[in-house]
Design a binder for this molecule. Structure first.
Ligand code: ATP
Length: 358
């Protein structure tokens, strides 16, 4: 993973953006676990400050992403985000509020890193197979097919086009991030594209192969996105690091989450050269909000990614403590929130992980 080794501090300021729906429920469980970790670390402190953001903030003040919130994220060492957006709260044009995407673009968090790991075979809808599911998906976050998302929308127009933008800079940096990570794993990177059909994707593939020359130890292959969907289901254990454009990554990360228990088990990190935001891959899940049945593990594992990214030896140790606690508890298939077939509540799950860390 990309470390931020620039920090020489031991006091880390973390902005919390709980957001909407189940966002606050899962964020506060992650904070509970981080506080348990802090007590185990030598000389490291976390200072949390909560900032408003999301669809509810739009209803309150007319802006889902206040400038003061962005400034706080810029000034902090890292940001932990819950989830944002509500289907019933829309812009006059009809689209949903997506401040979590706006933050990625504003802070230039180009590397969407989504680790997919199976903690218990019972979580997977796949039949038991030799080898375990353990791969990382790198999604380009700032261009690709999301490039045109802010374009004007005219429902009366005779046609509407969305542009896929792949820039040399954007493709180079996301491929490099994936290769760097692979160097610390099983040294294999798979490009997912549609280079047989789209010129932008053929361009992406060319740049991928150029970047690959910088990493001669890493094995590479390239698959079309339709085939990738098939192989992820048929032989997920064969993947180490995957890299792809924005929309393909958006879709494949939900598919990948489904292999290991669903959205409640899929953490993510949005990383740039200066800043990073850590959040579960899932959305606000309005269908289960306010019932204490959301699975907080994705957010808690995102907090672990944050500790790793902070790059201090003690925060890296803290990340390992969280991973070990989650792995240990998940060994027992009866430790399961409702999405995993059990009845452990959101708060019970967070408390159990915090206790295991201690
Ligand atoms: P977005 O587009 O904002 O990412 P989405 O529309 O893809 O959101 P989610 O909010 O991620 O949808 O929810 C998809 C499904 O996964 C829903 O059925 C939801 O209840 C479930 N889900 C999401 N997160 C969790 C969680 N933490 N625990 C349990 N179930 C979850």
């Amino acid at each position: 993973m990309l470390y931020n080794s620039a920090f020489m501090t031991t006091k880390f300021n973390v902005v919390l953006l709980p957001g909407d729906g189940i966002g606050p429920d899962v964020t506060y469980e992650a904070v509970r676990v981080l506080e348990a970790v802090e007590a185990k670390l030598e000389g490291v402190e976390f200072a949390f400050v909560e900032k408003p953001c999301g669809a509810n903030e739009y209803l309150r003040n007319g802006d889902p992403l206040p400038a003061a919130t962005v400034d706080a994220c810029r000034a902090a060492h890292a940001t932990l985000l819950g989830a944002m957006g509500l289907p019933g709260v829309r812009w006059p044009s009809g689209t949903e509020m997506t401040p979590q995407i706006d933050i990625r673009e504003t802070l230039d968090l180009y590397a969407g890193m989504r680790p997919i790991k199976l903690y218990n075979q019972a979580h997977s809808p796949l039949k038991p197979r030799p080898g375990s599911i353990d791969f990382v998906l790198y999604r380009e976050n700032c261009e690709g097919l999301f490039f045109g998302r802010k374009g004007a929308f005219d429902p009366q127009a005779p046609e509407v086009r969305d542009i896929m933008c792949i820039s040399r800079r954007g493709a180079e940096r996301i491929c490099r991030a994936a290769f760097h990570h692979a160097m610390h794993r099983r040294k294999q990177v798979t490009l997912v594209d549609k280079a047989n059909v789209l010129p932008s994707m053929a361009y992406f593939r060319g740049i991928f192969h150029e970047v690959a020359k910088e990493f001669p130890e890493v094995k590479t292959d390239a698959v079309y996105v339709d085939a990738a969907s098939l192989y992820l289901v048929q032989r997920p254990e064969s993947f180490d690091v995957l890299v792809t454009e924005n929309m393909f990554g958006d879709i494949l990360s939900d598919l990948a989450a489904g292999l290991v228990g669903g959205m409640g088990m899929a953490p993510s990190a949005d990383i740039g050269d200066q800043h990073a935001v850590f959040q579960p891959s899932h959305g606000t899940a309005p269908d289960i909000a306010g019932k204490s049945i959301a699975n907080p593990i994705a957010t808690i594992l995102s907090a672990a990614l944050m500790l790793e990214w902070l790059g201090h030896p003690e925060t890296i140790r803290g990340a390992r403590l969280i991973e070990a606690a989650v792995a240990g508890l998940c060994n027992d298939a009866s430790f399961a929130t409702r999405d995993l077939g059990g009845s452990v509540s959101t708060t019970e799950c967070g408390a159990a992980i915090a206790a295991a860390v201690k």
